[in-house]
Design a protein around this ligand. Structure first.
Ligand code: SAM
Length: 473
Protein backbone atom coordinates (compact mmCIF):
# COMPACT_ATOMS: atom_id res chain seq x y z
CA UNK A 1 0.00 0.00 0.00
CA UNK A 2 1.35 3.43 -0.94
CA UNK A 3 1.32 6.20 1.64
CA UNK A 4 -1.56 8.67 1.26
CA UNK A 5 -0.83 12.01 -0.39
CA UNK A 6 -0.05 14.81 2.07
CA UNK A 7 -2.84 16.88 0.40
CA UNK A 8 -6.22 16.12 -1.17
CA UNK A 9 -6.30 16.47 -4.94
CA UNK A 10 -9.47 18.01 -6.41
CA UNK A 11 -11.51 15.26 -8.18
CA UNK A 12 -11.78 17.34 -11.37
CA UNK A 13 -7.99 17.64 -11.47
CA UNK A 14 -7.58 13.88 -10.97
CA UNK A 15 -10.04 13.22 -13.76
CA UNK A 16 -8.27 15.50 -16.23
CA UNK A 17 -4.76 14.26 -15.52
CA UNK A 18 -5.90 10.62 -15.52
CA UNK A 19 -7.35 11.19 -18.97
CA UNK A 20 -4.10 12.70 -20.24
CA UNK A 21 -1.70 10.25 -18.60
CA UNK A 22 -3.59 6.96 -18.84
CA UNK A 23 -1.47 4.15 -17.42
CA UNK A 24 1.23 6.58 -16.27
CA UNK A 25 -1.17 8.10 -13.73
CA UNK A 26 -0.13 5.91 -10.73
CA UNK A 27 3.53 6.85 -11.35
CA UNK A 28 2.51 10.51 -11.37
CA UNK A 29 0.69 10.11 -8.03
CA UNK A 30 3.70 8.31 -6.60
CA UNK A 31 5.95 11.23 -7.64
CA UNK A 32 3.62 13.64 -5.78
CA UNK A 33 4.21 11.59 -2.62
CA UNK A 34 7.95 12.24 -2.84
CA UNK A 35 9.58 15.45 -1.64
CA UNK A 36 10.31 17.94 -4.41
CA UNK A 37 13.94 17.68 -5.60
CA UNK A 38 16.17 20.59 -4.57
CA UNK A 39 18.29 22.31 -7.20
CA UNK A 40 20.38 25.41 -7.64
CA UNK A 41 21.74 27.28 -10.65
CA UNK A 42 25.24 28.66 -10.25
CA UNK A 43 26.25 32.13 -11.33
CA UNK A 44 28.98 31.27 -13.83
CA UNK A 45 30.61 34.70 -13.55
CA UNK A 46 30.89 34.42 -9.76
CA UNK A 47 31.65 30.76 -9.11
CA UNK A 48 34.14 29.36 -11.52
CA UNK A 49 34.85 25.82 -10.33
CA UNK A 50 32.38 22.92 -10.83
CA UNK A 51 30.79 21.63 -7.66
CA UNK A 52 30.80 18.00 -6.72
CA UNK A 53 27.05 17.74 -7.29
CA UNK A 54 24.76 15.93 -9.70
CA UNK A 55 24.10 18.11 -12.79
CA UNK A 56 20.71 19.00 -14.28
CA UNK A 57 20.70 17.63 -17.85
CA UNK A 58 19.38 20.61 -19.85
CA UNK A 59 21.62 23.36 -18.53
CA UNK A 60 25.34 23.92 -17.99
CA UNK A 61 24.93 25.54 -14.58
CA UNK A 62 22.19 23.62 -12.71
CA UNK A 63 22.81 21.05 -9.97
CA UNK A 64 20.71 18.93 -7.62
CA UNK A 65 21.37 18.97 -3.89
CA UNK A 66 20.78 15.80 -1.84
CA UNK A 67 18.81 17.71 0.83
CA UNK A 68 17.34 21.19 1.25
CA UNK A 69 19.62 23.39 3.34
CA UNK A 70 18.56 26.67 4.93
CA UNK A 71 19.65 28.86 2.03
CA UNK A 72 19.10 32.10 3.94
CA UNK A 73 22.01 31.11 6.21
CA UNK A 74 24.46 30.98 3.31
CA UNK A 75 26.28 34.25 2.50
CA UNK A 76 26.90 32.99 -1.05
CA UNK A 77 23.16 32.87 -1.64
CA UNK A 78 22.85 36.50 -0.52
CA UNK A 79 25.83 37.42 -2.69
CA UNK A 80 24.27 36.03 -5.88
CA UNK A 81 26.64 33.07 -6.12
CA UNK A 82 23.70 30.84 -7.04
CA UNK A 83 19.92 30.96 -7.42
CA UNK A 84 17.61 28.36 -5.93
CA UNK A 85 15.45 27.20 -8.83
CA UNK A 86 13.54 24.05 -9.58
CA UNK A 87 15.33 22.04 -12.26
CA UNK A 88 12.72 21.79 -15.04
CA UNK A 89 12.49 25.59 -15.32
CA UNK A 90 16.13 25.57 -16.39
CA UNK A 91 15.00 24.04 -19.72
CA UNK A 92 14.64 27.70 -20.69
CA UNK A 93 18.32 27.49 -21.61
CA UNK A 94 17.57 25.15 -24.53
CA UNK A 95 14.70 27.25 -25.85
CA UNK A 96 16.60 30.52 -25.46
CA UNK A 97 19.66 29.25 -27.32
CA UNK A 98 17.40 28.44 -30.27
CA UNK A 99 15.64 31.80 -30.01
CA UNK A 100 18.80 33.95 -30.16
CA UNK A 101 20.62 31.83 -32.70
CA UNK A 102 22.21 34.26 -35.19
CA UNK A 103 20.86 37.41 -33.48
CA UNK A 104 23.45 40.08 -32.76
CA UNK A 105 23.10 42.09 -29.53
CA UNK A 106 19.65 40.67 -28.74
CA UNK A 107 17.15 42.78 -26.83
CA UNK A 108 15.06 40.42 -24.72
CA UNK A 109 11.89 40.90 -22.68
CA UNK A 110 10.91 38.77 -19.67
CA UNK A 111 7.35 40.02 -19.30
CA UNK A 112 6.33 38.43 -15.98
CA UNK A 113 9.66 38.12 -14.31
CA UNK A 114 9.40 38.23 -10.49
CA UNK A 115 11.01 36.86 -8.41
CA UNK A 116 13.68 36.48 -11.10
CA UNK A 117 14.56 32.80 -11.58
CA UNK A 118 14.27 32.94 -15.35
CA UNK A 119 15.59 36.52 -15.61
CA UNK A 120 18.83 35.70 -13.81
CA UNK A 121 19.19 32.67 -16.07
CA UNK A 122 18.60 34.77 -19.21
CA UNK A 123 21.03 37.41 -17.95
CA UNK A 124 23.74 34.74 -17.75
CA UNK A 125 22.91 33.35 -21.20
CA UNK A 126 22.85 36.71 -23.02
CA UNK A 127 25.86 37.32 -25.23
CA UNK A 128 27.96 40.45 -24.52
CA UNK A 129 26.11 43.48 -25.92
CA UNK A 130 22.69 41.92 -25.27
CA UNK A 131 20.14 43.57 -22.99
CA UNK A 132 17.31 42.07 -20.93
CA UNK A 133 14.21 43.96 -19.81
CA UNK A 134 12.85 42.10 -16.77
CA UNK A 135 9.34 43.31 -16.06
CA UNK A 136 6.93 42.71 -13.21
CA UNK A 137 3.48 44.28 -12.95
CA UNK A 138 3.16 44.10 -9.14
CA UNK A 139 5.30 46.80 -7.53
CA UNK A 140 6.37 44.90 -4.38
CA UNK A 141 7.34 41.91 -6.53
CA UNK A 142 9.22 44.21 -8.93
CA UNK A 143 11.38 45.30 -5.96
CA UNK A 144 12.19 41.67 -5.11
CA UNK A 145 13.03 41.13 -8.78
CA UNK A 146 15.38 44.13 -8.76
CA UNK A 147 17.04 42.82 -5.59
CA UNK A 148 17.67 39.39 -7.13
CA UNK A 149 18.91 40.91 -10.39
CA UNK A 150 21.26 43.24 -8.49
CA UNK A 151 22.66 40.34 -6.47
CA UNK A 152 23.16 38.32 -9.65
CA UNK A 153 25.37 41.20 -10.76
CA UNK A 154 25.56 40.76 -14.55
CA UNK A 155 24.74 44.43 -15.25
CA UNK A 156 22.81 43.69 -18.48
CA UNK A 157 19.27 43.95 -17.08
CA UNK A 158 16.75 46.79 -16.86
CA UNK A 159 13.99 46.05 -14.34
CA UNK A 160 10.64 47.66 -15.12
CA UNK A 161 7.28 47.77 -13.35
CA UNK A 162 4.60 47.84 -16.04
CA UNK A 163 1.41 46.23 -17.18
CA UNK A 164 1.86 44.13 -20.35
CA UNK A 165 -0.32 46.62 -22.26
CA UNK A 166 2.35 49.32 -21.85
CA UNK A 167 4.70 47.31 -24.07
CA UNK A 168 2.42 47.95 -27.03
CA UNK A 169 4.14 51.34 -27.48
CA UNK A 170 7.49 49.57 -28.09
CA UNK A 171 6.30 47.95 -31.30
CA UNK A 172 8.85 45.64 -32.94
CA UNK A 173 11.44 46.31 -30.23
CA UNK A 174 12.30 42.88 -28.81
CA UNK A 175 14.11 39.97 -30.48
CA UNK A 176 12.83 37.52 -27.86
CA UNK A 177 9.91 37.74 -25.47
CA UNK A 178 9.48 35.30 -22.60
CA UNK A 179 5.97 35.05 -21.17
CA UNK A 180 6.24 32.90 -18.04
CA UNK A 181 2.58 33.36 -17.40
CA UNK A 182 0.64 33.37 -14.13
CA UNK A 183 -1.20 30.03 -14.21
CA UNK A 184 -3.28 27.56 -12.21
CA UNK A 185 -0.02 26.25 -10.68
CA UNK A 186 -0.65 22.48 -10.83
CA UNK A 187 3.05 21.85 -11.24
CA UNK A 188 3.62 23.33 -7.80
CA UNK A 189 1.24 21.06 -5.90
CA UNK A 190 3.80 19.01 -3.96
CA UNK A 191 5.87 22.11 -3.13
CA UNK A 192 3.00 24.40 -2.21
CA UNK A 193 -0.24 22.98 -0.72
CA UNK A 194 -1.78 26.47 -1.08
CA UNK A 195 -1.73 25.92 -4.87
CA UNK A 196 -3.91 22.81 -4.35
CA UNK A 197 -6.44 24.76 -2.27
CA UNK A 198 -6.65 27.56 -4.85
CA UNK A 199 -7.17 25.23 -7.82
CA UNK A 200 -10.57 24.98 -9.51
CA UNK A 201 -11.85 24.37 -13.02
CA UNK A 202 -13.02 27.96 -13.10
CA UNK A 203 -9.55 29.21 -12.22
CA UNK A 204 -8.08 27.19 -15.11
CA UNK A 205 -10.46 28.96 -17.49
CA UNK A 206 -9.70 32.36 -15.97
CA UNK A 207 -5.97 31.72 -16.21
CA UNK A 208 -6.27 30.68 -19.83
CA UNK A 209 -8.13 33.88 -20.73
CA UNK A 210 -5.65 36.01 -18.78
CA UNK A 211 -2.71 34.32 -20.51
CA UNK A 212 -4.19 35.13 -23.91
CA UNK A 213 -4.76 38.73 -22.86
CA UNK A 214 -1.16 39.07 -21.62
CA UNK A 215 0.25 37.71 -24.90
CA UNK A 216 -2.12 39.84 -26.99
CA UNK A 217 -1.28 43.02 -25.03
CA UNK A 218 2.47 42.61 -25.52
CA UNK A 219 2.47 40.93 -28.94
CA UNK A 220 3.26 44.09 -30.94
CA UNK A 221 6.47 44.53 -28.93
CA UNK A 222 7.96 41.43 -30.57
CA UNK A 223 9.89 42.05 -33.81
CA UNK A 224 8.82 40.32 -37.00
CA UNK A 225 11.12 37.27 -36.98
CA UNK A 226 11.37 37.47 -33.17
CA UNK A 227 10.62 34.52 -30.90
CA UNK A 228 8.04 34.16 -28.15
CA UNK A 229 8.95 31.65 -25.45
CA UNK A 230 5.78 30.75 -23.61
CA UNK A 231 5.79 28.82 -20.36
CA UNK A 232 3.51 27.83 -17.49
CA UNK A 233 3.87 25.54 -14.51
CA UNK A 234 0.65 23.68 -15.19
CA UNK A 235 -0.41 20.58 -17.13
CA UNK A 236 -3.72 21.93 -18.41
CA UNK A 237 -4.21 21.93 -22.18
CA UNK A 238 -6.43 25.00 -21.79
CA UNK A 239 -3.44 26.99 -20.54
CA UNK A 240 -0.88 25.40 -22.85
CA UNK A 241 -1.73 23.74 -26.18
CA UNK A 242 -5.02 25.65 -26.52
CA UNK A 243 -3.18 28.95 -26.16
CA UNK A 244 -0.75 27.91 -28.88
CA UNK A 245 -3.72 27.06 -31.11
CA UNK A 246 -5.27 30.42 -30.30
CA UNK A 247 -2.00 32.08 -31.35
CA UNK A 248 -2.01 30.12 -34.62
CA UNK A 249 -5.55 31.23 -35.35
CA UNK A 250 -4.96 34.89 -34.56
CA UNK A 251 -1.36 35.68 -35.50
CA UNK A 252 1.16 34.76 -38.12
CA UNK A 253 3.55 32.30 -36.42
CA UNK A 254 5.72 29.26 -37.03
CA UNK A 255 7.24 26.63 -34.79
CA UNK A 256 10.76 26.93 -33.33
CA UNK A 257 11.77 23.37 -32.44
CA UNK A 258 13.82 22.92 -29.29
CA UNK A 259 16.25 19.99 -29.45
CA UNK A 260 15.50 17.21 -26.97
CA UNK A 261 17.58 14.31 -25.78
CA UNK A 262 15.23 11.29 -25.52
CA UNK A 263 16.89 10.32 -22.21
CA UNK A 264 15.59 13.49 -20.58
CA UNK A 265 12.02 12.20 -20.32
CA UNK A 266 10.45 15.40 -21.67
CA UNK A 267 7.09 14.91 -23.41
CA UNK A 268 6.76 16.60 -26.81
CA UNK A 269 3.18 17.64 -27.60
CA UNK A 270 1.70 19.30 -30.67
CA UNK A 271 -0.83 22.05 -31.17
CA UNK A 272 -1.52 22.25 -34.91
CA UNK A 273 1.88 22.93 -36.48
CA UNK A 274 3.34 24.20 -33.18
CA UNK A 275 5.19 22.12 -30.59
CA UNK A 276 5.29 22.27 -26.81
CA UNK A 277 7.38 20.50 -24.19
CA UNK A 278 5.77 19.13 -21.05
CA UNK A 279 7.61 18.12 -17.91
CA UNK A 280 6.00 15.64 -15.52
CA UNK A 281 7.39 14.98 -12.04
CA UNK A 282 7.38 11.19 -12.60
CA UNK A 283 9.44 11.54 -15.81
CA UNK A 284 11.98 14.25 -14.96
CA UNK A 285 13.47 15.30 -11.60
CA UNK A 286 11.60 18.54 -11.11
CA UNK A 287 8.17 20.13 -11.03
CA UNK A 288 5.41 20.39 -13.66
CA UNK A 289 6.26 22.73 -16.52
CA UNK A 290 5.20 23.55 -20.08
CA UNK A 291 7.30 25.46 -22.58
CA UNK A 292 7.05 26.33 -26.26
CA UNK A 293 8.95 28.57 -28.68
CA UNK A 294 7.15 30.31 -31.55
CA UNK A 295 8.47 32.66 -34.24
CA UNK A 296 6.43 35.71 -35.26
CA UNK A 297 6.47 35.91 -39.03
CA UNK A 298 5.04 39.37 -39.66
CA UNK A 299 4.26 42.58 -37.77
CA UNK A 300 5.50 46.12 -37.28
CA UNK A 301 9.15 47.13 -37.34
CA UNK A 302 10.42 49.33 -34.53
CA UNK A 303 10.33 53.10 -35.17
CA UNK A 304 12.63 54.75 -32.61
CA UNK A 305 11.21 57.87 -30.97
CA UNK A 306 13.01 60.51 -28.94
CA UNK A 307 13.09 59.80 -25.21
CA UNK A 308 10.67 61.69 -23.03
CA UNK A 309 12.34 60.64 -19.79
CA UNK A 310 14.56 63.49 -18.60
CA UNK A 311 15.78 61.47 -15.58
CA UNK A 312 18.02 59.36 -17.83
CA UNK A 313 20.96 61.15 -19.46
CA UNK A 314 24.41 60.12 -20.65
CA UNK A 315 26.91 60.61 -17.79
CA UNK A 316 29.30 63.56 -18.19
CA UNK A 317 33.08 63.14 -18.48
CA UNK A 318 33.44 64.62 -14.98
CA UNK A 319 30.98 62.07 -13.54
CA UNK A 320 32.73 59.17 -15.24
CA UNK A 321 36.10 60.39 -13.95
CA UNK A 322 34.80 60.15 -10.37
CA UNK A 323 34.35 56.38 -10.75
CA UNK A 324 37.37 55.79 -12.91
CA UNK A 325 38.74 52.27 -12.38
CA UNK A 326 35.78 51.07 -10.29
CA UNK A 327 34.73 48.59 -12.97
CA UNK A 328 37.09 46.13 -14.56
CA UNK A 329 38.54 47.25 -17.86
CA UNK A 330 37.66 44.03 -19.63
CA UNK A 331 34.35 45.28 -21.00
CA UNK A 332 33.21 48.60 -22.42
CA UNK A 333 30.22 50.31 -20.86
CA UNK A 334 27.56 52.87 -21.61
CA UNK A 335 27.55 55.29 -18.66
CA UNK A 336 24.22 56.77 -17.63
CA UNK A 337 23.09 59.20 -15.00
CA UNK A 338 19.68 58.26 -13.58
CA UNK A 339 18.58 60.86 -11.02
CA UNK A 340 21.48 60.91 -8.53
CA UNK A 341 22.93 57.56 -9.58
CA UNK A 342 25.65 56.58 -12.01
CA UNK A 343 24.87 53.41 -13.89
CA UNK A 344 26.87 51.27 -16.26
CA UNK A 345 25.14 49.33 -19.03
CA UNK A 346 26.50 47.12 -21.81
CA UNK A 347 28.34 49.12 -24.44
CA UNK A 348 26.00 50.45 -27.13
CA UNK A 349 22.78 50.23 -25.11
CA UNK A 350 22.04 54.00 -24.88
CA UNK A 351 19.49 53.97 -27.71
CA UNK A 352 17.66 50.96 -26.31
CA UNK A 353 17.65 52.48 -22.84
CA UNK A 354 16.20 55.76 -24.16
CA UNK A 355 13.35 53.87 -25.79
CA UNK A 356 12.73 51.87 -22.62
CA UNK A 357 12.89 54.94 -20.38
CA UNK A 358 10.55 56.86 -22.68
CA UNK A 359 7.84 54.21 -22.48
CA UNK A 360 8.24 52.27 -19.23
CA UNK A 361 8.71 52.73 -15.49
CA UNK A 362 12.30 51.79 -14.65
CA UNK A 363 13.00 50.27 -11.20
CA UNK A 364 16.71 49.61 -11.75
CA UNK A 365 19.08 49.53 -14.71
CA UNK A 366 22.45 47.95 -15.37
CA UNK A 367 25.10 48.08 -12.67
CA UNK A 368 24.25 50.74 -10.10
CA UNK A 369 27.78 51.95 -9.51
CA UNK A 370 27.65 55.10 -7.43
CA UNK A 371 25.47 57.69 -5.80
CA UNK A 372 26.38 61.30 -6.54
CA UNK A 373 26.64 63.34 -3.35
CA UNK A 374 27.67 66.95 -2.75
CA UNK A 375 31.35 66.22 -2.35
CA UNK A 376 31.77 63.35 -4.78
CA UNK A 377 30.43 59.81 -5.06
CA UNK A 378 29.65 56.86 -2.78
CA UNK A 379 29.81 53.26 -4.06
CA UNK A 380 26.42 51.49 -4.21
CA UNK A 381 25.51 47.91 -3.18
CA UNK A 382 25.12 46.97 -6.84
CA UNK A 383 28.81 47.69 -7.45
CA UNK A 384 29.93 45.35 -4.64
CA UNK A 385 27.76 42.58 -6.12
CA UNK A 386 28.69 43.26 -9.73
CA UNK A 387 30.65 40.74 -11.77
CA UNK A 388 32.32 43.80 -13.35
CA UNK A 389 33.68 45.17 -10.06
CA UNK A 390 37.39 45.95 -10.18
CA UNK A 391 38.54 44.26 -6.98
CA UNK A 392 41.84 46.16 -7.06
CA UNK A 393 40.20 49.52 -6.36
CA UNK A 394 38.93 48.98 -2.82
CA UNK A 395 40.41 47.06 0.13
CA UNK A 396 38.78 43.62 0.38
CA UNK A 397 38.27 41.96 3.76
CA UNK A 398 37.77 38.20 3.67
CA UNK A 399 35.57 37.27 6.65
CA UNK A 400 34.57 34.13 8.53
CA UNK A 401 30.99 32.78 8.39
CA UNK A 402 30.04 34.49 11.67
CA UNK A 403 31.20 37.96 10.53
CA UNK A 404 29.55 37.47 7.13
CA UNK A 405 26.23 36.58 8.80
CA UNK A 406 26.53 39.49 11.22
CA UNK A 407 27.19 41.77 8.26
CA UNK A 408 24.09 40.46 6.46
CA UNK A 409 22.09 41.10 9.65
CA UNK A 410 23.30 44.71 9.36
CA UNK A 411 25.22 44.57 12.60
CA UNK A 412 28.21 46.87 12.82
CA UNK A 413 31.15 44.67 12.00
CA UNK A 414 34.72 45.90 12.06
CA UNK A 415 36.81 43.71 9.77
CA UNK A 416 40.23 43.21 11.34
CA UNK A 417 43.06 45.31 10.02
CA UNK A 418 40.94 47.22 7.50
CA UNK A 419 42.02 50.78 6.70
CA UNK A 420 39.78 53.83 7.15
CA UNK A 421 37.32 54.51 4.31
CA UNK A 422 35.30 52.27 2.02
CA UNK A 423 36.01 48.55 2.08
CA UNK A 424 34.41 45.38 0.76
CA UNK A 425 33.26 42.52 2.95
CA UNK A 426 33.89 39.27 1.11
CA UNK A 427 33.03 35.68 1.97
CA UNK A 428 35.01 32.88 0.35
CA UNK A 429 36.17 35.20 -2.37
CA UNK A 430 32.66 36.50 -3.15
CA UNK A 431 32.21 40.21 -2.37
CA UNK A 432 28.98 40.94 -0.47
CA UNK A 433 28.86 44.64 0.29
CA UNK A 434 30.38 47.80 1.69
CA UNK A 435 31.53 48.99 5.08
CA UNK A 436 32.93 52.43 5.72
CA UNK A 437 35.47 52.49 8.49
CA UNK A 438 36.05 55.58 10.59
CA UNK A 439 38.74 54.70 13.17
CA UNK A 440 37.23 52.23 15.66
CA UNK A 441 33.84 51.89 14.10
CA UNK A 442 32.50 50.95 10.71
CA UNK A 443 29.14 51.67 9.12
CA UNK A 444 27.37 48.78 7.47
CA UNK A 445 26.00 49.55 3.98
CA UNK A 446 24.12 46.28 3.38
CA UNK A 447 20.64 47.56 2.32
CA UNK A 448 18.16 47.40 5.18
CA UNK A 449 15.42 45.91 2.96
CA UNK A 450 17.75 42.92 2.36
CA UNK A 451 18.62 42.40 6.01
CA UNK A 452 18.92 38.79 7.21
CA UNK A 453 16.30 38.40 9.93
CA UNK A 454 17.33 34.94 11.09
CA UNK A 455 18.71 34.37 14.58
CA UNK A 456 22.53 34.37 14.44
CA UNK A 457 23.08 31.09 16.32
CA UNK A 458 20.53 29.31 14.12
CA UNK A 459 22.09 30.79 10.98
CA UNK A 460 25.60 29.77 12.04
CA UNK A 461 24.53 26.21 12.70
CA UNK A 462 22.79 25.98 9.33
CA UNK A 463 25.76 27.50 7.52
CA UNK A 464 27.84 24.48 8.56
CA UNK A 465 25.48 22.29 6.54
CA UNK A 466 25.84 24.55 3.47
CA UNK A 467 29.55 24.29 3.90
CA UNK A 468 29.35 20.57 3.40
CA UNK A 469 26.79 20.72 0.58
CA UNK A 470 27.56 23.71 -1.58
CA UNK A 471 31.02 24.98 -0.76
CA UNK A 472 32.94 21.80 -1.48
CA UNK A 473 33.83 23.26 -4.86
N1 SAM B 1 9.31 34.18 -14.28
C1 SAM B 1 9.32 34.17 -12.83
C2 SAM B 1 10.54 33.42 -12.33
O1 SAM B 1 11.07 32.57 -13.07
O2 SAM B 1 11.01 33.70 -11.21
C3 SAM B 1 8.03 33.61 -12.29
C4 SAM B 1 6.83 34.32 -12.82
S1 SAM B 1 5.29 33.83 -12.14
C5 SAM B 1 5.01 32.30 -12.90
C6 SAM B 1 4.17 34.87 -12.93
C7 SAM B 1 4.31 36.35 -12.65
O3 SAM B 1 3.29 37.05 -13.38
C8 SAM B 1 4.13 36.75 -11.20
O4 SAM B 1 5.25 37.47 -10.75
C9 SAM B 1 2.89 37.64 -11.19
O5 SAM B 1 2.99 38.72 -10.30
C10 SAM B 1 2.85 38.15 -12.62
N2 SAM B 1 1.49 38.54 -13.06
C11 SAM B 1 0.31 38.39 -12.40
N3 SAM B 1 -0.68 38.90 -13.13
C12 SAM B 1 -0.15 39.37 -14.27
C13 SAM B 1 -0.68 40.04 -15.40
N4 SAM B 1 -1.98 40.30 -15.51
N5 SAM B 1 0.18 40.41 -16.36
C14 SAM B 1 1.49 40.14 -16.26
N6 SAM B 1 2.04 39.51 -15.22
C15 SAM B 1 1.24 39.14 -14.23
Amino acid sequence: MSAPLPFTLPPAFIHRVQETLGEQFPAFLEALRQPAPVSIRLNPLKLTSSPNLEPVDWTDTGFYLPVRPLFAADPWWHGGGYYVQEANSMFLEQAFREAIHGVEDPVVLDLSAAPGGKSTHLASLLPAGGLLVANEVIRARANVLAENVTKWGTGNVVVTNNDPVHFGSLAGFFDVMLVDAPCSGEGLFRKDPEAVREWSEASVQLCSQRQQRIIADAWDALKPGGVLIYSTCTYQKAENEDNLKWLLENESVENVPVPLNPDWGVEKVTAGKLEGYRFWPHRTRGEGLFMAAVRKTNGKLHQPRRSRNKAITPATRKEMDMVQGWLSGEADYTWIRHNERLLALPDGSMNALEQIAGNLKIVSAGTEVAEIIRKGVNPLPGLALSVHLNRETFPVQEVEPETALRYLRREDVLPEGSPNGWGLVSYRNLPLGWVKRINNRANNYWPKEWRLRMDLAEALKASEQEDRLIHRT
